[in-house]
Design a protein around this ligand. Structure first.
Ligand SMILES: [Mg+2]
Length: 191
């Protein structure tokens, strides 16, 4: 359970990619245009992200590995900002994202699974990790999802956060009513 007083303060949710939005696996191969890298994302996570956004929470992505798959996925999800840095300098990037959102560190949650996430997790108001996290990350997390990254961990966190804020039922109702109203219109996969 999350404390409502902590949950209600959150304005920004930051997500790591590998091991949080995915199972940390990457598929690497050779295509006609050169190397290709594929990742496997979770569709239940995407609805969780949409519900967070509908509740007025800014969702951003911070990755320590550059990948076009991440860019494509973030765009598809309407994620406000994506930071990818090979050197995994996540702290200054997240600080800038918070500044742009007008949010303080204690108004942010971050979900991470591995060592590059620890500096961020130590600063945010709500540090979260996933079932597959390394022990050092578990030690600094205030909440550990029962699901693993790539297997609905982000969806689970979205639900836990919105329930602690008393906003879950309203978010689900909004989601379903939007779909009722769009009956007959072209349906979009993964929405
Ligand atoms: Mg990771």
């Amino acid at each position: 359970m999350l404390q409502p007083s902590v949950a209600e303060r959150i304005k920004v949710v930051g997500l790591d990619v590998d091991g949080v939005m995915t199972d940390a696996g990457v598929y690497i191969g050779a295509g006609p245009q050169g190397p290709i890298e594929l990742k496997r994302f979770n569709i239940q996570d995407s609805i969780g992200i949409k519900l967070l956004q509908a509740a007025g929470i800014k969702v951003v992505v911070v990755s320590g590995r550059f990948s076009e798959a991440t860019e494509l996925r973030a765009r598809e999800l309407g994620i406000d900002e994506v930071f990818q840095d090979q050197a995994a300098q996540k702290l200054p990037a997240f600080q800038q994202m918070l500044d742009r959102a007008g949010a303080a560190w204690d108004e942010a949650a971050f979900v991470g699974d591995d060592l590059p996430d620890i500096p961020l997790l130590k600063r945010v108001g709500l540090p979260v990790t996933v079932q597959n996290a390394v022990p050092e990350v578990r030690e600094v997390a205030a909440y550990v999802t029962s699901k693993a990254g790539g297997f609905g961990a982000v969806r689970e966190f979205a639900e836990v956060l919105l329930k602690a804020r008393g906003e879950w039922d309203e978010a689900v109702h909004w989601y379903l009513s939007e779909r009722d109203e769009s009956m007959g219109e072209e349906s979009h996969a993964d929405q």
